[in-house]
Design a protein around this ligand. Sequence first.
Ligand SMILES: C[S@@+](CC[C@H](N)C(=O)[O-])C[C@H]1O[C@@H](n2cnc3c(N)ncnc32)[C@H](O)[C@@H]1O
Length: 229
Amino acid sequence: MGVEDGAIPLTSSSTLVAPPRRIIRAEALSWLAHNPAPPRSSVITSIPTLTEVEGMDLAAWRAWTIATARTILAWTPPEGVAIFYQSDLRIGGVWIDKGYLILRAIEDAGASLVWHKIVCRQPPGTPTFGRSSYSHMICAAKSERPPPRSASPDVLPDAGFMPWSKAMGATACALACSYLREETETETVIDPFCGNGTALAVANSFGFAAIGVDKSPRRCKAARKLTLG
Ligand SMILES: C[S@@+](CC[C@H](N)C(=O)[O-])C[C@H]1O[C@@H](n2cnc3c(N)ncnc32)[C@H](O)[C@@H]1O
């Protein structure tokens, strides 16, 4: 399923071949349904927000978000983890806690919460109106994982470079990839809602192969090209 929209080999010199990045233009849930997870793969993703999906009211989007997180958890192989990066927002007078929606999915799936970190998108203390100044970064696995071998921050003071307004921060992606490298046997990182491909570019820089899916041709094009300094 989907259109192969990405350049596969990234050759940076005659002696060094960068890990591969595949970008596929497709509807994410359909692609997941037709493509089993590669062995030793993990997911890093941001499930789209209400304004990015068509034809859903708030209640439908909340239910879809929980169901999508469950689908991703079910798809992730037992040796891998699924890392969700989600930013809360206010709609009218209602605060939408996306971290809660992911935690609901983890509970409903009987999966294991591995860690929950807070990533600052603005300096702490910055007044905001509608969009949270933080993001949740939540890691889940099908079953309980061994305790971590290394310490890592629970609160990241700066999300890092963001290629566009809805992107993950590159520093946050690097924290997620450090976890994958130190604490798991991950070889491939998959982002089924890859946007401009921040998680994929960071994953490549850690030596992981990367697969991204997005329904937008524009985002696929950007994800194919993204390199991080
Ligand atoms: C929050 S953005 C992801 C941003 C990304 N993490 C980055 O760093 O650029 C969500 C993405 O999901 C895509 N999207 C929305 N609904 C989708 C669907 N049903 N299937 C595939 N992609 C979808 C949008 O085009 C958008 O690029």
